[in-house]
Write a protein that binds this ligand. Structure first.
Ligand code: ZN
Length: 213
């Protein structure tokens, strides 16, 4: 039997590593506006993704609608990235929750949003070996039209998969402001940016030589 690509996490410690504006001045697509870390872009060659299951059994129609929209959003990314769906959150790099993000204070205003992604840089032990990994929580609100849930999920998953920034073009999934018509599929520019990002050198996914204290 082949080894499970997503063995459960046995131990984890969070590092004080932040996302910073990249120093790239020219890059394909909107690569030059993306944030990165001092350890390289937080990307992996294979992602383990956990989707929060419905609370009710059988799921109510709102839960069904949210799950369907999230499945569609994930399938968009599955066409371009190796993704393994996992049953337990303890196996995942990315955990997706059916939850409206808490409002955030920006200056003197409170801002609501439909989705939010939060990155932590972690050292993780799996199958006895320590690696550097991104650990991302994604919140997608269920209180939207179905196409709104799907567009929000495609966008937030873009962040989770390492695209920490926004495109200035409204027809990209990573657009800072989207048009009235929700963007549900990657544009040419999204794909070019993604390819560039995944070819960069990174410490993420690599073994950590000295075991952490
Ligand atoms: Zn965003």
């Amino acid at each position: 039997m082949p080894l499970d690509p997503c063995p459960p996490v046995e131990a984890m410690q969070v590092l004080e590593v932040s996302l910073d504006r990249s120093s790239a001045t020219s890059a394909p697509g909107y690569g030059s506006v993306l944030a990165t870390t001092s350890l390289g872009p937080p990307v992996l060659q294979r992602w383990c993704v956990w989707l929060e299951p419905a609370d009710h059994q059988p799921p109510d129609r709102w839960e069904q609608r949210w799950t369907l929209a999230l499945e569609s959003a994930l399938s968009v990314w599955e066409e371009v990235l190796p993704i393994t769906r996992v049953k337990s959150p303890a196996q995942a790099h990315i955990q997706i929750f059916q939850q409206r993000p808490p409002r955030r204070r920006i200056g003197s205003k409170w801002r609501a949003s439909n989705g939010r992604s939060r990155l932590q840089v972690v050292e993780v032990q799996r199958r006895g070996q320590w690696r550097l990994e991104p650990h991302v929580d994604v919140l997608v609100s269920p209180e939207l039209r179905a196409s709104g849930i799907e567009a929000t999920a495609v966008h937030e998953l873009g962040h989770a998969f390492g695209i920490w920034g926004h495109s200035p073009q409204p027809d990209d999934v990573m657009a800072v402001h989207q048009n009235q018509t929700p963007v549900l599929n990657l544009s040419e520019r999204d794909q070019v940016t993604l390819n560039w990002l995944y070819q960069k050198e990174t410490n993420f996914g690599q073994l950590i030589q000295t075991s952490p204290k």
